[in-house]
Structures are given as structure tokens and as C-alpha cells.
Design a protein around this ligand. Structure first.
Ligand code: NAD
Length: 317
């Protein structure tokens, strides 16, 4: 019988891109899942009909108090993740990541649940070390336009580690690196959905900057497997763990790869680089490998081919 059989799991932010995949994986593993989401960037949950009866949902902003079911595991994924969204309402981003995380922590403490927090590689800012290990303290501009996200995620990590030290909270923090896959929307503003949408339309791909900046893209199936293991494996208790694919590519390379895959003959155009955009991003996943026995399985090329063949970028409403 799987670890998740008959477990009660809360997924805050379960209607979002990663959340929807996590919810389905938990349902498939026979957990009962309660989703809390204010649908600010999420959409109606789509789960396989055979698993529907294990699912309950609550339309709610995690910053405000509410009744939640007693749970075994709480996942906190609630937070906008794309710059267009988190910069669109920076104060709400702060509230969600600090006040909202506090509310989810308090609930996890009340029920003695494990809390898995979705943090981000953005806590490394424009990193000074390479690849990024969890011991890197980060190089973040605390007053720039990205700070509402980077710094509020860092504050959430600090808050949760205080709860580990002072309240023996069972907290596990995932520093998630760029994740892509089915269900991203064309208006999301991030590189892969942007490029794929432009290539599909046969229009020039837009690179912000000169394209030499690097990223490491992890398929959502791998990210979800990492998150599931964080919730299950005792060795993850009190740990901060990078979840990402260590294959590093330049933004120019990925644009060219997508153009080739989609048969797009249009040029690539270059526009101004966003303020505080990091130059290099690549996870050291040694900790995830040793503690979770986790490594990403999906090669970027294969993930992109599936994305193309199945047209899995969602059209925004
Ligand atoms: N996608 C990535 O590449 C990536 C990378 C690093 C970290 N993360 C983290 O993973 C998590 C999920 O990311 P995603 O890409 O699925 O983002 P997403 O925007 O698709 O999903 C976030 C979900 O949280 C919900 N939400 C936001 N604020 C809320 C609030 N106050 N109360 C209740 N619900 C709220 C949204 O409606 C949405 O359904 C986020 O915490 C993000 O910071 C994602």
C-alpha cells in the first residue's frame, strides 16, 4: 500500500499549474485531497473522473482565517509564480507568501501535519555561486521590482525554519527551479510558454536580453515527483532541498530549439532585459539525490517535443 493511501492532504494553490499536477498525482496515490485556492492565477481543477470523489475544494485566500480539515500533510503552493503576476499586485504577493504561509504553518502545527513549502530558486537572486547549492545565501536586490517575490519567499523560509527550531514543526522546503509542462498558459509571461506560443503562430520569438542568460528547465512530472518525495521521506524533515533539472541552457539555445521543433522560420528579436534578471541559474541537486533518491527523468528535448505534439500550452481566456 502506498504512503499516501487514505492520507488527508491539503494543497493550497492546488488550482495552479504545478498544483493541478500534484493534486492528480496525490489522488492517483489514493490520498484524499482538499484544495484551497483563491483562483487569482489558477483555473478550474480538472481531475480524472475516477478520482473526483477523493477531492474537496475551497475557494479561499490563504491570508485570511478559515476552517480547514485536519490533515496529515499540507502543501503550500499558493503564490503567483510568474513575474507578470507577482509584480501585478506586489502587496498581495507579500501577503500571500508571508501571512498566508503563516496561516498554513499554524494549521499544520494545530494538526501535527507535515508542511511542504514551495519555495523558489529566486531566493538565490543573481547567484554568486554556480551551480547553486542550498548553502548559498543568495544575492537578492531587496528593493527591486522582483523583491516582492524573492524576498517574501525568503521571509517565508526564515519563518518556517524558526518554527522548526522553536516549535518542532515538521517543515520541508522545496526550492523549485523553472518548471514547464502541460497546463501552462500562453499569457504566463515565462520563456517556454512565450516561445512555444510565438513559434506556433509563426511569429518572431522575443528574447529579453541578449539570450546568454541561462536557465535549467524541469518537467512538471519530475517536479511533482520531487514534491511527493519531500512529503513522504522522513530524511527531508527540517530540510531545504533544490528541486530542479541540472541541465543548463542559454535562453538563446532554447529559443532556437523551439523554433526548430515547431518549424518556425521567423527571426528571433531581442528586447531590453528585465531589471534584476539573473544571469545564471542551475541547481546542484546532490541533496535531493541523497535524501530523496530523486533525479529528474524527462530530458528537455523530449519534454518540448511532447509539448509541441500535444499542443499543451493553454490559451488564456
Ligand atoms: N512554476 C515554476 O517554474 C516555479 C518555480 C519556482 C517556484 N514555484 C512555486 O511553486 C508554486 C506553484 O507555482 P505555479 O507555477 O503552479 O504557479 P501558479 O500561479 O500557476 O499557481 C499558484 C496558485 O496559487 C493560487 N494562489 C495565489 N495566491 C493565493 C492566495 N493568497 N490564496 C489562495 N490561493 C492563492 C493561485 O490562484 C494559483 O492557483 C508557487 O509557490 C511558486 O512560487 C514555481
Amino acid at each position: 500500500m502506498s504512503f499516501w493511501h487514505d492520507k488527508i492532504v491539503i494543497v493550497a494553490g492546488g488550482a495552479g499549474f504545478i498544483g493541478q499536477h500534484l493534486v492528480q498525482a496525490l489522488l492517483n496515490a489514493h490520498a484524499s485531497v482538499h484544495v484551497i485556492d483563491n483562483h487569482s492565477t489558477g483555473r478550474a481543477l480538472e481531475v480524472q473522473p475516477r478520482t473526483q470523489q477523493q477531492l474537496t475544494q475551497q475557494h479561499h485566500d490563504i491570508c485570511t482565517p478559515t476552517m480547514m480539515p485536519k490533515a496529515d500533510v499540507v502543501y503550500n503552493l499558493a503564490s503567483p509564480a510568474s513575474p507578470v503576476h507577482y509584480q501585478g499586485d506586489p502587496i498581495q504577493t507579500w501577503k500571500t507568501n508571508v501571512l498566508g504561509t503563516l496561516k498554513m504553518l499554524e494549521h499544520a502545527l494545530d494538526c501535527g501535519a507535515t508542511l511542504v513549502q514551495a519555495s523558489t530558486s529566486e531566493v538565490y537572486g543573481d547567484p554568486l555561486s554556480h551551480p547553486q547549492k542550498e548553502t548559498d545565501w543568495g544575492n537578492v536586490n531587496p528593493i527591486g521590482p522582483r523583491a516582492c517575490y524573492d524576498e517574501s519567499k525568503r521571509a517565508a523560509e526564515a519563518l518556517l525554519m524558526d518554527a522548526v527550531r522553536t516549535a518542532s514543526a515538521d517543515v520541508r522546503i522545496a526550492r523549485i527551479f523553472n518548471t514547464y509542462g502541460p497546463g501552462m498558459t500562453d499569457s504566463d509571461g515565462r520563456a517556454i510558454p512565450n516561445f512555444a506560443t510565438q513559434a506556433e503562430q509563426g511569429t518572431p520569438l522575443t528574447i529579453y536580453g541578449d539570450g546568454t542568460q541561462t536557465r535549467s528547465f524541469c518537467h512538471v512530472s519530475d517536479t511533482v515527483e520531487g514534491l511527493m518525495r519531500l512529503g513522504m521521506v522522513d530524511a527531508a524533515k527540517g530540510q531545504v532541498i533544490n528541486i530542479g533539472n541540472p541541465t543548463e541552457v542559454t535562453i538563446l539555445e532554447i529559443a532556437q530549439q523551439i523554433n526548430a521543433l515547431f518549424g518556425n522560420k521567423s527571426d528571433i528579436v531581442f528586447e531590453d532585459r528585465p531589471v534584476d534578471d539573473p544571469q545564471r541559474r542551475c541547481p546542484d541537486i546532490g541533496r535531493a539525490e541523497s535524501l530523496l533518491d530523486w533525479t529528474p527523468q524527462m530530458k528537455l528535448q523530449d519534454g518540448l517535443i511532447t509539448l509541441h505534439q500535444t499542443g499543451q500550452i493553454r490559451k488564456s481566456a
